[in-house]
Design a protein around this ligand. Structure first.
Ligand code: KG4
Ligand code: ZN
Length: 332
């Protein structure tokens, strides 16, 4: 039996959870910095780091209380080592390594994207290996073949903006508040997705590119006398979703794999979920998502990825504190 504390501080969420090998997830605490960054229209890294310093310890105390455990019950401390904002990561890494040292238990470095994609294993219905994963977050967009835990082969990735970043930047163009992605999705639900013809970028290629789409939206706004903002949002969302769905189905067909796992913040998007379910059904494929709360950043996925690493004895070798702002998934 093992009880793993998971700490996530890679961006603008301070998140802490506890995963117990016998009972599953026994605590899940999250503090979002949305209010802090809203006035700036995006994440201010230095403010994010300082707020993690303020919130992390109280969240760990709350998680232990929620689980009815004490620090001495913890078997290991897992933390997001990267990729993410260096300062924000350092807060979580320093805290985790110090706590692990003081309790004389191992620290476990977790890859943020591996945690995202393994979040699906916290659901009732879990995929067998191999599967294809579509990882769509604020910082990354990629398709990879997952042949086992830790075995990742990148099939394609974004050459510029990530899907979430494109949502956020387009939302800004439309005058929507931060965080833009979910706000744009809300607006899109009321609009006509065929109102404005927008490109489906690099549809035939393995890689993704979303920065041109954002520019196309800017042109629509500037060249139309009274653009209907709901229609622009719906047209943009339709273009991103069609691109992601088409490339995912093609990757599944090409690799002759029938299971797709979708993860990362953008996988909370209702239109993307609906379209993937529809297209996978049509093609006799199965699609798996984490629950929406575990699509965006959370501590549960870090605690769970920590448990998987614990089982494989992938533990930190020493007490040095290291973070990786950039860290390709296939370099694990
Ligand atoms: O995974 P995540 O929480 O953080 C990163 O690892 O980047 O993803 C955050 C991204 C943001 O760009 C956010 O706008 C986007 O996910 N996002 C959404 C939705 N919910 C979050 N994008 C579109 N529709 C949504 N419902
Ligand atoms: Zn994330």
């Amino acid at each position: 039996m093992a009880t793993i504390l998971g700490i996530e501080t890679s961006c603008d969420e301070t998140a802490v959870a506890i995963y117990c090998s016998e009972k599953g997830l026994v605590a899940n605490q999250l503090y979002s910095q949305i209010e802090l960054h809203r006035q700036y229209g995006g994440v201010v890294p230095e403010l994010a780091s300082r707020d993690h310093v303020r919130k992390l310890l109280p969240l760990v105390v709350a998680a232990l209380e929620e689980a009815g455990l004490t620090r001495q019950d913890l078997s290991a401390i897992a933390y997001t080592q990267g990729p993410g904002l260096a300062g924000a990561l350092l807060v979580g890494a320093s805290f985790a390594k110090s706590l692990a040292f003081s309790l004389d238990v191992p620290a476990i470095a977790v890859h943020h994207l591996e945690a995202h994609l393994m979040a699906v294993m916290l659901e009732e219905c879990q995929p067998d290996y191999p599967f294809i994963t579509l990882l769509v977050s604020g910082g990354h967009t990629l398709l990879a073949e997952v042949s086992g835990f830790g075995c990742y082969r990148i099939l394609g990735q974004s050459v510029d903006d990530a899907a979430g970043e494109a949502f956020d930047k387009t939302a800004k163009l439309l005058g929507l508040p931060y965080p833009g992605g979910p706000e744009l999705a809300k607006l899109a639900a009321q609009g006509n997705p065929n109102a404005y013809p927008l490109p489906r970028p690099m549809l035939r290629e393995s890689n993704f590119s979303f920065s041109g789409l954002k520019t196309a939206v800017r042109q629509v706004i500037h060249s139309t006398s009274q653009p209907v903002i709901e229609d622009v949002a719906a047209s943009f969302q339709a273009a991103v979703v069609e691109t992601l769905v088409t490339k995912s189905i093609r990757a599944l067909q090409r690799e002759n794999i029938s299971r797709l796992v979708v993860a990362g913040g953008v996988s909370a998007n209702c239109h993307l979920r609906e379209q993937l379910i529809e297209q996978c059904q049509k093609n006799n494929m199965a699609v798996y998502f984490p629950k929406p709360a575990f699509c965006t950043d959370n501590g549960a996925m870090v605690a769970y990825a920590g448990w998987l690493r614990w089982q494989h004895q992938f533990l930190d070798a020493d007490t040095s504190i290291e973070v990786r702002a950039r860290w390709p998934l296939d370099a694990l």
